[in-house]
Design a protein around this ligand. Structure first.
Ligand code: SAM
Length: 514
């Protein structure tokens, strides 16, 4: 230090350098020893904001406000702190967040706080499952259980610009580098990151003080087990899934890591659904869930067959023994063969536009059902989804509203839902397995009831459809554009449902039951 430099200025300059390098905690330590200097407090407040310590940041700004004249910039940060505190209580401006993602030019780095509702990390009772996320109270289907900002995220370039595997490698490397730099600059974040599952045999280095060394092993071992790809907006990928033949989202090449969400274990029959608005991940309950239940969700697509799922999960170092896997493994090869044959028969009927009545399709769908050895509440009957969706589309084109209603109800039963329908009331009693196609089918149910002037039933069907949409996409605001009165599908475009058939054969207009 130059002897002419006052001590407060020396600490301030040191703190500024640390702050500019993103080393917030050290910045606070440098700034704090100074007297109640306006600029020092302001930098301290900004450092606290960077560390996501909103309440302390607000207290700091209020302190400056009490000592010095107000400035617009400080008022703005104080207001942002207040918004963050409301977010911590579960009050989010979903519309503003969607706008933020759209304005982000391919990046979804949102300035939002985390919300944790009715869940906590606990050790699992099953040996080898480590820790898991459990409900601390009864929760209802659709409830927001977690909204968490990524600890680190890397965003893929546009499809055209990206170069397949090379782009995937770039995104992975960017994520690892971003996490590494963050941990090196902010020692206070190391403990939380270090808590993540890192495999059983990770060889971590310790320094002379016994503290873990932030190196490639420390970062990469945790990224391997906890990071995953995510879309910028799940509402967009929901539409893509419905309109792409193979049901694959083209918008999930970004990669991120979330600390709290990382404690959730896998099941092929998930109880929660994860969705994204930028780098904010939402977990919503997919059913009414009692207190003290372990929440699980699908690490991989649960629509794959059990061999593929087992292979995909092997990279996480475990074999899934959930209810679906157990049932599927116990099903004989003959039953799988029969399932395939019947599905093929249904496709052929469609392709040849044979004049068959709905009862023929219902009979064949029933035969698919007989190839399952347990109830759909245990193992959802995925094999009926594509046929039913296509038969619904066929019925719609012939204005067969009663048949649409019958088919959507059949789909619900095959996915493990239980419901009650009276003359003026349609209510879900038990939530089953949620898939993107179900939202579309429930919107069709709403339209079919409306066409038959069953207004109350149409309203109830829409409310169930909207709840499913909320669970799948995280928010309801985009519902109107996707399925509302002004949406393309209400104007005649059925959201590409015809293309769903293309996985096995091609659906043609005019096919289906008569
Ligand atoms: C993202 S972590 C989940 C949290 C982890 N249980 C913990 O204690 O930190 C993923 C790891 O959890 C374990 N795991 C997750 N789901 C499992 C399941 N269904 N059966 C057995 N182990 C599971 C596996 O070791 C997996 O690699």
């Amino acid at each position: 230090m130059d002897s002419s430099t006052p001590q407060w200025l020396h600490w301030k300059q040191k703190g500024d350098t640390k702050y500019n390098n993103g080393n917030y905690l050290r910045a606070i330590k440098c700034h704090a020893p100074s007297e109640e200097n306006e600029r020092v407090w302001w930098l301290t407040a900004k450092a606290l904001y960077g560390l996501r310590r909103w309440r302390e940041c607000a207290a700091c700004l209020e302190k400056i406000g009490g000592l010095y004249a107000e400035t617009g910039e400080r008022r703005e940060v104080l207001e942002r702190c207040r918004v963050r505190v409301r977010e911590e209580e579960g009050e989010y401006d979903w519309g503003g967040m969607i706008e933020g993602v759209r304005a982000g030019d391919g990046k979804g780095d949102l300035d939002c706080a985390d919300y944790v509702g009715g869940i906590e990390v606990r050790p699992c009772a099953v040996e080898g499952h480590g820790r898991g996320l459990f409900t601390t109270r009864d929760v209802e289907a659709g409830e927001l259980l977690l909204c968490e900002k990524a600890f680190g995220a890397a965003f893929a370039k546009d499809e055209e610009e990206g170069e397949g595997d090379e782009e995937t490698m770039r995104v992975r490397a960017e994520l690892a580098m971003g996490v590494f730099v963050k941990l090196v600059r902010n020692p206070s974040l190391r403990e939380g990151f270090g808590e993540l599952f890192a495999g059983d045999e990770v060889d971590e280095q310790r320094d002379l003080k016994g503290e873990v060394v932030v190196d490639d092993t420390f970062v990469q071992s945790r990224i391997n087990y906890n990071a995953f790809a995510f879309p910028l907006l799940t509402s967009t990928s929901h539409q893509q899934i419905l309109s792409h033949p193979a049901g694959i989202s083209t918008d999930a090449n970004n990669r991120g890591i979330w600390l709290r969400a990382s404690f959730i274990n896998h099941s092929c029959y998930p109880l929660v659904r994860r969705s994204f608005i930028g780098d904010m991940m939402n977990f919503r309950a997919q059913a009414d869930i009692p207190k003290d239940t372990e929440l699980k969700f699908g690490y991989i697509s649960c629509l794959e067959d059990v061999e593929t799922r087992t292979e995909m999960l092997a990279k996480y170092g475990f074999r899934c023994e959930c209810q679906v896997c157990i049932a599927e493994r116990a099903t004989s090869p003959e039953k799988f063969k029969r399932r395939k044959e019947i599905t093929k028969m249904i496709i052929e009927l469609f392709e040849k536009s044979k004049a068959v009545g709905l009862h023929t399709y219902l009979d064949l769908l029933g035969q698919i059902g007989e190839t399952y050895i347990v109830s759909p509440t245990i193992e959802p009957r995925h094999a009926v989804v594509v046929p039913i969706i296509n038969i619904i589309t066929g019925c719609q084109s012939s204005a067969l509203h009663l048949q649409v209603i019958q088919l959507v109800q059949l789909l619900l039963i095959n996915l493990g839902f239980e419901f009650r329908v009276t003359q003026d009331n349609f209510r879900v009693l038990r939530w089953g397995y949620l898939i993107d196609e179900l939202v579309m089918a429930l919107a069709d149910l709403r339209d079919a009831y409306a066409a038959l002037a069953q207004t109350e039933l149409s309203r109830d069907a829409e409310s169930v459809a909207k709840k499913c949409y909320l669970i799948m996409c995280g928010e309801e605001l985009s519902w109107e554009a996707a399925y509302g009165a002004q949406s393309e599908r209400r104007k005649g475009d059925k959201g590409g449902s015809e293309a769903r058939w293309a996985t096995e054969g091609k659906w043609r207009e005019g096919g289906g039951p008569n």
